[in-house]
Each structure stands twice: as structure tokens, then as C-alpha cells.
Ligand binder design. Structure first.
Ligand SMILES: C[S@@+](CC[C@H](N)C(=O)[O-])C[C@H]1O[C@@H](n2cnc3c(N)ncnc32)[C@H](O)[C@@H]1O
Length: 253
């Protein structure tokens, strides 16, 4: 999945989102010894938070454009010594190191075409874990309402006010396929002035292969990982029908 076109927009929309996810990964990293590996580090949204509490992070990403954005932010914050960025594919990366914690935030495991690719990612993570190491990732919960009711209808996802007036608006259109368990979504970014006139529009595609909790357990088993815990929305609570995010903690079997 190519994030080239996203590099310019990612922080604009994510910086305005709730910080539950960032807080969660910061909290679970507190007692971790050694380097932490982040898969799909992107613009460094989470890695920077971890570096700010003194952690050292290795971040891999296949997009040089996302990595460039991360580099700029990391250097501005003078955190270059804490974060190492590597351009690599999560399907086949090979680092000569094992980690006590590997994280895959923000649905990144879903940025695969199919189950085979997702298994490859997990096997690769498993190989990079220490014996007692943990793999923690989060993916969206594919609830029936989202899959059946919003399909192919454009809806507003987020708006961000621009300092000198006007707004960026992010619309989304889902296209779920329940056989392949994929969503070929289209995101529309609009910049509007203070009178509501559209100044420009940009279209971006994101494909995800979504997972139900039972798929996650199966994928982990195939990758020699066992699921230690699955909870909802960065809390300790169990998954239910209102879950937005499934948070998975897995260990080597
Ligand atoms: C949703 S962003 C998450 C960024 C960051 N972890 C965060 O939480 O803000 C997903 C990132 O995964 C990267 N990515 C997508 N496919 C990848 C692959 N096959 N290998 C490595 N990185 C990939 C994208 O380039 C993008 O930066």
C-alpha cells in the first residue's frame, strides 16, 4: 500500500484526533527495556511520543515520503538519537535484532491485500521478538452497521480548522467486499474557504483487509503467536458490539 500521497495530509487529520491511541502505546512502553520496534512508523506520531519519555525506537516504513516527514519532525524536536528510521517492507524486513516490544498501531496490519500477507507480517514480527517479548497491534472492528449501511456512500470523517480561516474536510467512501474481507475506501480531502467555497479537492485510496477477533486468533496461531489479551478501544474492557478498535497483545508460543 503506497502512502506517498498521504504524507502531506496524515498529520493534518491525525493531529486533531483523540490521543487515546498515542497515550496507550506510551503507557505500555514505560517499563520496556531496550529498543522498541514500530512497524509502519509513518510520520512518527507514536514514535516521537515514546522517544519523549526516554525510549529508543526503531521505526520501519515502506514509504520514503512518510519517513521524510518523520525525519523533519524528529530533528525539530531534537530526538534524532532516540529514533532510527529504516525504509523496509513489513512483509519481508530483516533486522539483526530481537525486541521486547513490537507495535503495529493505526490499522497498519490491515494494509495488506489478503490473509497470506497478514500472516507474513506476523511471522516476521514473531521472528523479531525476544522469548518474553510482546507484539501489540490495533485494528478497527468491522461492525455490521459500518459494512452494510455506509457502503458506497460518501460521509464526512473529520474537519480541521485552518489557522487563517477556512477548513480542511475529510470525506470517506467505503467499498466493502465481504468475500475477500476488504474495504477499498476512497478519501476525499477538500480545502474550503471561510465562505464554504471549495478551493481544491484531492482523492486518496486506502485498501484494508479487515479482521474479526476470531481471524486474529487464527492468524496469530499460524504465526506461532498466542493472543494474551484482546480489549476494546485502548481500555481494559472486553470487545463488544460498540468496539471501534480491537487492541491485541500477543506473545511467542
Ligand atoms: C496508518 S499509517 C500509521 C503511521 C504511524 N504508525 C501512526 O500510528 O501514526 C500506516 C503506515 O504504514 C506504512 N505501510 C503501509 N504498508 C507498509 C508495508 N508493506 N511495509 C511497511 N510500511 C507500510 C505506510 O507507509 C504508513 O506510513
Amino acid at each position: 500500500m503506497n502512502y506517498k500521497d498521504w504524507a502531506e495530509w496524515y498529520d493534518i487529520f491525525y493531529s486533531s484526533s483523540e490521543h487515546k491511541e498515542e497515550n496507550y502505546y506510551t503507557e505500555i512502553s514505560k517499563n520496556i527495556e531496550g529498543n522498541i520496534l514500530e512497524i509502519g512508523v509513518g510520520t512518527g506520531r507514536i514514535a516521537i511520543r515514546l522517544a519523549e519519555i526516554g525510549k529508543t525506537i526503531i521505526g520501519i516504513d515502506s514509504s520514503s515520503e512518510m519517513i521524510e516527514k518523520a525525519k523533519e519532525k524528529i530533528s525539530e524536536k531534537k530526538l534524532s538519537k532516540k529514533i532510527t528510521l529504516i525504509i523496509a517492507d513489513m512483509l519481508n524486513f530483516n533486522l539483526d535484532e530481537k525486541f521486547n516490544l513490537i507495535i503495529i498501531p493505526a490499522n497498519t496490519l490491515l494494509l495488506c491485500n489478503d490473509e497470506e500477507e497478514q500472516t507474513k507480517v506476523l511471522i516476521n514480527c514473531q521472528k523479531h521478538l525476544t522469548d518474553n517479548g510482546k507484539l501489540i497491534f490495533n485494528v478497527y472492528y468491522p461492525d455490521n452497521e459500518m459494512i452494510n449501511e455506509n457502503n458506497n456512500e460518501k460521509f464526512m470523517f473529520n474537519t480541521v480548522n485552518i489557522k487563517n480561516g477556512g477548513r480542511y474536510i475529510l470525506y470517506s467512501k467505503n467499498d466493502f467486499d465481504i468475500i475477500s474481507q476488504t474495504n477499498e475506501s476512497t478519501q476525499f480531502i477538500e480545502k474550503v474557504d471561510h465562505n464554504g467555497n471549495v478551493l481544491f479537492q484531492k482523492k486518496l485510496k486506502v485498501k484494508t483487509r479487515y479482521l474479526y477477533p476470531e481471524d486474529i486468533i487464527k492468524l496469530c496461531e499460524k504465526s506461532n503467536l498466542s493472543v494474551e489479551n484482546m480489549s476494546r478501544d485502548f481500555s481494559d474492557l472486553p470487545i463488544n458490539q460498540t468496539t471501534d478498535n480491537i487492541v491485541v497483545v500477543a506473545k511467542k508460543t
